[in-house]
Ligand binder design. Structure first.
Ligand code: SF4
Length: 484
C-alpha cells in the first residue's frame, strides 16, 4: 500500500460532446485512485460527459477519496462544505449540480455521508464505478444513491472496454490496475475493509489494455494492486498465473519499454517474480517492498506474517538476482507497544538494507482496525522524535544512492515539460526524477542521459546524443553497486 500523491486533480481535456455536460473529478490518495479516476472519467465520457478542471464549471463533481490518512472522512466533509456553496451559486444561475463521493471513504462511511452532508447525491464504492451512469440516473430522479457492493469482477470486465475515444492524451507513463483488495489484514490498515478481498484481473484483460496503451503512446506501465505481487489471475491456458509470468507476457508487447509494479508484500515475493527481475530488461531495477518495522515483536503485532530474518534473506535473494536494484520501503514508527529497543531494531534494519528511497509515517489509529484498540499506544511526542531520527537516516541513504548516479549514463523516459524553459522532466530506471535540457518533441522518448548534477529533489542530466532506440532502459546492473 502506498500513501502519496495527495490532491491530484484529474483530468482536464476531454473533447466537447453533444451532451455538453461537464464532470470534475478530484483525486486523493494512491496511484490506484488516480487510475480509477481516469476510468470513471472514461465511463462518463461514453455518456457524453466532458472533463473540466474547475468544480464551478461542472454539472457533476466527484470526489475520489482516500481513507489512509488521519481524519480522512473529516477532510471530505469539509470539502463537501465548499462544494455546497458552489452548488448553491450555480443553482442561483439556474444550473443544477450533482455531487458524488467515491473511493475508500465512500466505502467506509456509506449512507452516513449523505446523512451528514445532504448536498451529496451519490455515494459509490471503489468496486462500482462501472455502474456510474445508471446510478447517476437514479440520483437525478431524486434518490439518494448509495452503492458500496464488492462487485469487482463486473468492474474489471468493464475496465476492459475501450473508451469511446481517449479521454485525454495518454502520458508516456501510465498506471494499469491488475489486482485489487488485500487478504493480509495488517492490524494498522483499512484496505481489507475498504477494498475487500484480493481479486486479480484475468491475464487477457490486462494484456488487451496494455496493448491499447502502447498503441496510444504509453512507453512505461506501472501495474497496480494493493498487494500487487499476490496477483493470481487466470491465464489464457486456464491456469493461474502469478505476477512474474504476467510481467513476462507484458514484456513481449512492442513499444512497452518499461514495466514497474507496486505495492508488494514481502510474503508474496516468489521465485518466479525474483527471476523476472533477473531476466526482463524492461522490468525496471526498482522495487517498493514495504517492511514497516524491523522488530519481530512489532511485525507480529502488525500481523505482517514474516520476521526480520526472513526479510533479510529475501532481500539477499532479490539482490543476487538483480544487483543494483534500488529498494524502496514504507515504515511506520510508534506502532502500539513499540519500545526504544523495537525502534532501534528498525533503525538497524534500515542500516543493513540501505534504501534508495522510502516513505515513513507516524502510526495513527484507524477506526475499525485492530491496532486502533490496542493497549500501549505510543505518546505523540515519542512518535515524532522517532520519525525525525528515522527520516534523517533514510534521507542520508537516499542522498548517497542519488550521489552514486553521478557520472553514470542511463536511459531516461522524458515525460513532461520541466520547471525551467527548455527543460524536460523524466524518470531514471530507479524512479528518480531527472531534469534534462531537451526540446518538447522529445516528450515520450527514451534518451541516453549522463547524470551531471545531483539536486535535493531530482537529478540533472545531459543527453549524450543517442536517439531513442526502443531498447532496454537499464544499464548493465552488475556495474552499478547500490552503495557505490
Ligand atoms: S498488505 Fe497490509 S498494509 Fe498492505 S494493503 Fe494489505 S493489509 Fe494493508
Amino acid at each position: 500500500m502506498t500513501r502519496r500523491q495527495d490532491n491530484i486533480d484529474v483530468p482536464t481535456t476531454a473533447e466537447p460532446t453533444a451532451f455538453g455536460k461537464k464532470v470534475f473529478v478530484r483525486t486523493y490518495g494512491c496511484q490506484m485512485n488516480v487510475y480509477d479516476s481516469d476510468r470513471m472519467t472514461e465511463v462518463l465520457a461514453r455518456e457524453g460527459y466532458e472533463a473540466t478542471d474547475t468544480p464551478e464549471d461542472a454539472d457533476l463533481v466527484l470526489l475520489n477519496t482516500c481513507h489512509i490518512r488521519e481524519k480522512a472522512a473529516e477532510k471530505v466533509y469539509s470539502e463537501l462544505g465548499r462544494l455546497r456553496k458552489i452548488k448553491d451559486e450555480r443553482a442561483r444561475d439556474g444550473k443544477s449540480t450533482m455531487i458524488g463521493v467515491a473511493g475508500c471513504v465512500a466505502q467506509a462511511e456509506g449512507a452516513e455521508i449523505s446523512r451528514r452532508a445532504p448536498v451529496v447525491d451519490l455515494v459509490v464504492g471503489p468496486q462500482s464505478y462501472h455502474q456510474l451512469p445508471g446510478l447517476l440516473n437514479r440520483a437525478k430522479s431524486g434518490e439518494k444513491v448509495v452503492e458500496t457492493e464488492f462487485d469487482i469482477d463486473a468492474k474489471f470486465e468493464d475496465l476492459s472496454r475501450a473508451a469511446v475515444k481517449p479521454v485525454r492524451q495518454r502520458p508516456p507513463s501510465a498506471f494499469l490496475t491488475v489486482q485489487e483488495g488485500c487478504d493480509k489484514f495488517c492490524t494498522f490498515c483499512v484496505v481489507p475493509y475498504t477494498r475487500g478481498a484480493e481479486v486479480s484481473r484475468p491475464v487477457s484483460q490486462i494484456v488487451e489494455e496494455a496493448r491499447r496503451m502502447a498503441a496510444e503512446g504509453v512507453r512505461e506501465v506501472t501495474l497496480l494492486g494493493q498487494n500487487v505481487n499476490a496477483y493470481h489471475g487466470e491465464g489464457p491456458d486456464g491456469k493461474t498465473w502469478g505476477l512474474g509470468r504476467l510481467l513476462r507476457e507484458l514484456a513481449e508487447i512492442s513499444g512497452l519499454d518499461r514495466l514497474r509494479y507496486t505495492t508488494s508484500h514481502p510474503r508474496d515475493m516468489d521465485e518466479d517474480l525474483i527471476e523476472a527481475h533477473r531476466d526482463l530488461k524492461s522490468l525496471m531495477p526498482y522495487l517498493h517492498l514495504p517492511v514497516q518495522s524491523g522488530s519481530d515483536k512489532i511485525l507480529k503485532a502488525m500481523n505482517r506474517k514474516h520476521t526480520r530474518d526472513e526479510y533479510f534473506k529475501l532481500i539477499d535473494r532479490i539482490r543476487d538476482a538483480a544487483p543494483g536494484l534500488a529498494l524502496s520501503g514504507d515504515f511506520i514508527v510508534g506502532f502500539p507497544g513499540e519500545t526504544d529497543a523495537d525502534f532501534e531494531d528498525t533503525m538497524d534494519l534500515i542500516r543493513r538494507v540501505e534504501y534508495g528511497s522510502a516513505f515513513s509515517f507516524k502510526y495513527s489509529q484507524r477506526p475499525g482496525t485492530p491496532g486502533a484498540t490496542m493497549a500501549n499506544q505510543v505518546p505523540e511526542d515519542i512518535k515524532s522524535a522517532r520519525l525525525l531520527e528515522l527520516q534523517a537516516l533514510l534521507t542520508e541513504q537516499q542522498r548517497a544512492f542519488n550521489a552514486s548516479r553521478l557520472g553514470m549514463v542511463c536511459d531516461v523516459l522524458l515525460e513532461k515539460k520541466g520547471r525551467q524553459p527548455g527543460q524536460l522532466t523524466g524518470k531514471s530506471p530507479w524512479l528518480q526524477a531527472v531534469q534534462v535540457d531537451a526540446p518538447e518533441d522529445l516528450i515520450g522518448t527514451i534518451q541516453a542521459v549522463e547524470i551531471i548534477e545531483i539536486g535535493s529533489n531530482s537529478l540533472f542530466g545531459a543527453r549524450i546524443g543517442r536517439q531513442d532506440e526502443h531498447l532496454s532502459t537499464a544499464p548493465d546492473l552488475k556495474e552499478v553497486a547500490f552503495d557505490a
